[in-house]
Design a protein around this ligand. Structure first.
Ligand code: FAD
Ligand code: NAI
Length: 478
């Protein structure tokens, strides 16, 4: 007889594994399946999805390592520290990253055992309906089995979008998977797409010594980011040595073992060629919705391949849910996790709610960029009357002590009610500083609320408070 579960989760990324754990915590009998071995030496499926294996965690490990190199090469002298004979061992750096990933993925296996989540190793797909649920086939190395699930959570995530004219081999022309494991620092690195991956991984390899050129189709730099922050970011990243060409049209690529030659049309219409040792293609991601047997249960995807869901991640088929990168909304690990928790709780009869306006974004460049809520340009387009306060890190003693005086915090509030509508940060530790703004916005706080709360001194968080004070033109240290 086939195994039966209350919930089967397809995909063990941050959406899926968190949904499985939360559902198990709530007393449900849960299985989670995963098919991708990523870099597992034994070819066994590895847990953690894109985020742990080829996304958030390995990229942040390399960002941290390369930041150390940047400090030695460019910042320690300001502190009166001289370091001689600096050498970078790329193999060791990659091993450190791989060890962190290995530890984290093993950690999820432990959490599954602790919470009694059954791990099904293999590719999951719907094969039909069952009495009071659905049949899901799991095809693994040792054959296929079909299990029955009362409810199914689709958490199959996303993969890098590729261009038809630019075949990715993940050796010379790479998406995120290859770009996280260059065996040596390329002398010249080309990047297509000045988005989050382009900026983060472009920064990693530039800090390690590569000459990096980033080609972007749109005429505006970081168009979705608050315009003031985007302008500051472009200025700072250019000063660091990243080269940008905006408004380009990408043509064909020629690649062999020696290098890559990329044809493109520049914004002024001239035909150009970028010669580089490696090329990263980072032009967005597409949902993993093929080979899921959606027809077998009457589910269809939208024109971009996403699974349509309502505000609670319910699909059009009762008892089937979809979360994370495979549905609308930002492709972020914490968004996937929160949807996983919410769906598990809803299956268990609770009434959770996600405020999508309060999901923070972070770009882990140096300085970091973080924001929550709306940008000034979005609010203007909505015709909303607003007031804003901005405060620079340069006027903060802790930032000066850290040698991290670049950037600012901007708080935007409703002109009449003072409710905070958006907080935008470019500066050191923005990823941590934004959490205060997220909590404030979840509680519908006014800028006055942040302005009146005591903040530790000296700390970078004082810049958030000063920006809130600046909304009503009463910043104290400027
Ligand atoms: P995924 O993490 O993609 O996991 C889905 C899993 O399902 C995969 O392991 C896949 O193999 C498996 N799967 C698919 N189909 C099947 C099937 N039929 N059967 C069995 N298993 C299946 N986000 C952040 O918030 N912060 C960051 O700093 C960040 N950095 C990133 C850096 C990079 C380079 C990249 C590429 C992404 C980054 N992201 C970051 C985005 C983040 O990784 C994703 O938003 C997140 O992983 C989505 O989670 P998910 O669970 O929806 O899908
Ligand atoms: P992205 O959407 O952030 O950026 C893609 C960029 O490529 C855009 O600026 C776009 O205009 C440009 N582009 C698209 N087509 C192009 C073309 N043909 N030629 C030139 N430029 C083109 O996507 P990216 O960087 O691939 O990252 C994918 C997603 O992964 C992100 O949107 C984000 O959701 C997630 N991510 C999150 C991170 C974080 O939270 N820190 C880090 C890395 C990825």
């Amino acid at each position: 007889m086939s195994k039966e579960f209350d919930v089967v989760v397809i995909g063990a990324g941050p959406g899926g594994y968190i949904a499985a754990i939360r559902a198990a915590q709530l007393g449900l009998n849960v299985a989670c399946c995963e098919s991708n071995p990523y870099d597992d030496p034994k070819g066994e499926p590895r847990l953690g999805g894109t985020c742990l294996n080829v996304g958030c965690i390995p990229s942040k490990a390399l960002l941290a390592s390369s930041e150390e190199v940047e400090n030695v090469n460019h910042h320690l002298a300001d502190h009166g520290i001289t370091v001689k004979d600096v050498a970078v061992d790329v193999a060791k750096m990659l091993k450190r990253k791989d060890d962190i990933v290995g530890k984290m993925t093993k950690g999820i296996e432990f959490l599954f055992r602790k919470n009694k989540v059954t791990l099904l190793k293999g590719h999951g797909k719907f094969v039909g309906k069952a009495d009071g649920g659905y049949q899901v086939e799991i095809a693994g190395k040792d054959g296929a089995e079909t299990v029955k699930a009362k409810q199914v959570i689709i958490a199959t995530g996303s993969k890098a979008r590729h261009l038809p004219s630019i075949p990715v081999d993940n050796v010379m022309v790479c998406d995120n998977e290859g770009a996280l494991k260059f065996g040596e620092v390329p002398k010249k690195l080309g990047v297509i797409g000045a988005g989050v991956i382009g900026l983060e991984l472009g920064s990693v390899w530039r800090r390690l010594g590569a000459d990096v050129t980033i080609l972007e189709a749109l005429p505006a730099f970081l168009g979705a980011v608050d315009a003031g922050v985007a302008k500051e970011a472009q200025k700072l990243f250019t000063k660091q040595g990243l080269k940008f060409e905006l408004g380009v049209k990408i043509g064909n690529v020629k690649a062999d073992k020696k290098g890559v030659s990329l044809a493109y049309t520049a914004a002024d219409g001239s035909e150009k060629t970028l010669e580089c040792d490696k090329l990263i293609v980072s032009i967005g991601r597409v949902p993993n919705t093929d080979k899921l047997g959606l027809d077998a249960v009457g589910l269809a995807v939208d024109e971009r391949g996403f699974i349509p869901v309502d505000d609670h991640c319910a699909t059009t088929v009762p008892g089937i849910w979809a979360i994370g990168d495979v549905v609308r909304g930002p492709m972020l690990a914490h968004k996937a996790e929160d949807e996983g928790v919410a769906v598990a709780e809803r299956i268990a009869g609770q009434k959770p709610h996600i405020d999508y306006n309060c999901i923070p974004w972070v770009i882990y460049t140096s300085p970091e960029i973080a924001w929550v809520g709306k940008t000034e340009q979005q609010l203007k387009a909505e015709g909303r009357e607003t007031k804003a306060g901005q405060f620079p890190f340069m006027a903060n003693g802790r930032a000066l002590g850290m040698g991290a005086a670049d950037g600012f915090v901007k708080v935007i509030a409703d002109a009449k009610t003072d409710e905070i509508l958006g907080v935008h940060i470019i500066g050191a530790n923005a990823s941590d500083l934004i959490a205060e703004a997220v909590v404030a916005m979840e509680f519908k706080a006014a800028s006055e609320d942040i302005a009146r709360v005591c903040h530790p001194h000296p700390s970078l968080s004082e810049v958030v408070r000063e920006a809130a004070l600046a909304v009503d033109k009463r910043a104290l240290n400027m």
